[in-house]
Design a protein. Sequence first.
Length: 202
Amino acid sequence: MKPSPRSRSDPIRQPSPEPLRQAAHFEAEFPGASRSASEVLLNLARTSSLGRAEADRRRKTLADLSASAWEALAVIEGAGEPLPPTIIAARLLQTTGSITSLLDTLERRGLVRREPHPDDRRKLLVDITNEARHLVDLMLPIVHATSLELLEGVDETVREQLIDALARMRANAEAMSTRPVPQVRLRRRAVRARSGPPKHSD
């Protein structure tokens, strides 16, 4: 069966430069919350997801590797020397268990090799192979070109402001992670009628 042609009333959705917004009654529904703070995170999460997905799509033209695999290879190559698995895990914000599984996969594919630590034979270091180094050399320009396209229409002044704002947010997030999980005092307030179970007439 051939797919039916797309009608004029059902056009392909075009990208929109308009920001994602919360409902106008957001702060009435969540007293004490900030509509703008929620919208910042909403737009940041969506943009990050789309940007990473596009970078992954383009990197797969080189090799079918996960984002974490590419990032691990870039971390090792960027260090300029073999690294302990714990350092790789810390730089990728992953657990040692997750990074062990990832390195096992990369080693099977001939992209990394484990070698004894020169000062402690009980430990291992991880280095990338020549094949992996060649892939990283091809991959990094793709990622940087993706960044250029993603920031089209955003001038240098706004970029610097964005960098400063994100640095402040990152510092806040790092500080939050060191504190106990707080008790949330915000409560949701009903601002519109919620649909209930259907009523049946006798």
